[in-house]
Design a protein around this ligand. Sequence first.
Ligand code: SF4
Length: 377
Amino acid sequence: MATSPSPVEHQTHCHALWEVDRPLSSQKGWNAGQTGPGPRSPRFPLQLSYRRGLELLQELRALQFDKVVFTGVDPDQFCELEVLVGQAATLGLRPALALPRLSLTRSALEQLRVAGLAEVELRLDAPTASRHNAITGQSASFRLTIAAARMAKRLGLALHIQSLVNSETLPCLRETARLAEKLGAEVWSAVYQVPLTAVEACSMLSANIVEESFAVLAELARDCRFELRTRYARHFRRYELQQGVGHKNPEVLPWRNGQPWREPVDSGPSLYVSHTGEVFADPMLPISAGNINFLPLARIYQGSGLFAILHNRTMLKGKCGICEFRELCGGSRARAYALTGDWMEADPACSYEPKRTRPLMREHLPAGDGSSRDLRV
Ligand code: SF4
C-alpha cells in the first residue's frame, strides 16, 4: 500500500475534516482494553464506530471529496489511524493529518506514511519560541512544531502550516510566513480569528486592519515559494481581484514568480465531522446538519438546509447579501455567527462597502451635510 506522497494539490478545494477522536484520552484507540474478538467499543455513547468510520471514507469518496484531514488523534496513541489512512489512500482520498498534540514519534509518522499519508498540517503562530508558546499556551509547542515539520519533510510528506492572524500575531506575520517557507511548507494558510470567547474578541483585528493585512498577504503570495491560502478571510479573494483589475497588464501582479494571477484558495474544509458523528459546515460554526450515526452522509450533505443555504449566496444578509463579490467571497459564516448570532449576517471583519449600499448612504445624508462623506461614495 506504500505510496510516494506528491506535493499538495493546488486544485484541492473539496476536503473533509474528520475529528476521529477527542484528544486527552487515556485510552489507546477505539479498541483499548479490549481483548479477543468482539464488537468494538467506542468510548463515547455516540462516538463513531470503527466500521462507521470506514464507511464514512467511502461516502466521502462517493461524494467526490478529494481529500480527508484526520484530526483529534495522536498517532502514537490511536491504533486504528493507520488503517483509516490506508483505507482513505486506497479509495483515492488524499489522507492528511492535523496534529492536535505534537509529541509524535518518527516511527508512528513513518508507519502512517507507508500506509499512504500524504500531508501533515501544523500550527505555527509566531517565529520565536517565546511568542508562539505564549499564544498557544503550551511551553514546548514551538520546539515540537519545528521538530514535527522537519520530521514530516524528512519523510517526504507535504507540509501545510497554518498561522493564526490576530492583533498578537500580525506584527510578526511576515517572519512567521518566512519561517514556514524555510521549513519547506508547500502551503501556508493565514487563519483569521473567529472569536469564540471575550478574550479572543479583544484580539480580533478590526475590519480596516484586516484590509491592511491583505497587503502583507499579497506580498507574501508574490514572493514566497509556498502556496498561500486564507481561512475565515474569503474577502482576500475580493482584495486580490480588485488589485488585479486595477492593472492593465495582469502580469503586474503575478501570483507567484512567473505564474499568472489566479484566484486564491480558502483552506477551510467543505465538511466537518465530529467524533460523535455530527456533521457541520465548519468546525467554528456550531450548527449541526445531522448525524451520520442515524443518516447516510449523502442525505445530510445534499439534503440538509444548512448546506443548501450555505451554497446559495442570495440568502446572505446585510452587505454580504448585496455585495457584487458575494459569489466569489460570501464572507465568513463562522465569524458572522460568533459575533452576531446569525450565520447569514455580514462578515464583521470586512470593511468593503458594496456598490449597492453607496447610493443608499448618499440618500440618507441630511441636506447640506456630508460633503466629506460624499467623498467616500
Ligand atoms: S461585503 Fe461580504 S461578500 Fe462582500 S467582500 Fe465583504 S465579506 Fe465578501
